[in-house]
Write a protein that binds this ligand. Structure first.
Ligand code: C5P
Length: 223
């Protein structure tokens, strides 16, 4: 039987990355962070002065950057044209621009092709996390998970990650998340959506370990 492919989708702040990495590490699978790929191509656009508010300019530039993803769940790296951009792609400039760049159809075609070939080459199996993995990128995945959490919990988690602690800062984070989710869910091409055959896991009241246990059990059942 071919290697197991796990798709984990959901909005920001649901614990997708921590969960996906931990599931991959526990089960000995490779790991692919597709959000990091969209962030990397966005970093390249900003670095080269492309007007990210202009879809035609983004489309014209999209074929140039070479985005490479490391698939080791313990130290996933991401490079663009040989530069390690793992840190800068998490900054506010990239976070503010990534939804616009990732809504451009040519960008999605290029990155989707890359994601499919990485998954096909993962002979030991792979966990792929994103927004459209179960619906569009890997519709034949062995297991599809859709992670959710209440807005309060998501804003609190994301604030903790980026070191925003005051009530006003948490409110800002909550507004950022809501803006990005609205953009990601409403775009024309492969929006954020739950696949019909995905298992929904509400992480609001679960610890990371509990979510990982739940998904690892589901993977074992599908093997
Ligand atoms: O997961 P992360 O928050 O790093 O994703 C950053 C952005 O990349 C998302 O807000 C979304 O605009 C885009 N994205 C996407 N499709 C994916 C993964 C991420 O459009 N499969």
């Amino acid at each position: 039987k071919p290697a197991v492919v796990v798709a984990i989708d959901g909005p920001s702040g649901t614990g997708k990355s921590s969960t996906s990495k931990a599931v991959a590490a526990r089960l000995g699978l490779a790991y692919l962070d597709t959000g990091a790929q969209y962030r990397a191509i966005t970093w390249w656009m900003l670095h080269h002065g492309v007007d990210v508010a202009d879809p035609a300019a983004v489309a014209a530039a999209a074929a140039t950057p070479v985005v490479l993803s490391g698939t080791d769940p313990r130290s996933p790296t991401i490079t663009v044209d040989g530069t390690d951009v793992s840190a800068p792609i998490r900054g506010p400039e990239v976070t503010g621009a990534v939804s616009a760049v990732s809504a451009v159809p040519v960008v999605r075609e290029l990155i989707t092709g890359l994601q499919r070939s990485i998954a096909a080459e993962a002979t030991a199996g792979i966990v792929v996390e994103g927004r459209d993995i179960g619906t569009t990128v890997l519709p034949d995945a062995d297991l599809k998970i859709f992670l959710t959490a209440s807005e309060e919990v998501r804003a609190a988690r994301r604030s903790g990650e980026i070191g925003r602690r005051g009530a006003a800062e948490v409110a800002t984070t909550r507004a950022d998340l809501a803006r990005r989710d609205a953009a990601d869910s409403s775009r024309a091409v492969s929006p954020l959506a739950q696949a019909g055959d995905a298992t929904e896991v509400d992480t609001s009241h679960l610890t990371l370990d509990e979510v990982v246990d739940c998904i690892a059990t589901l993977v074992e059942e599908r093997k």
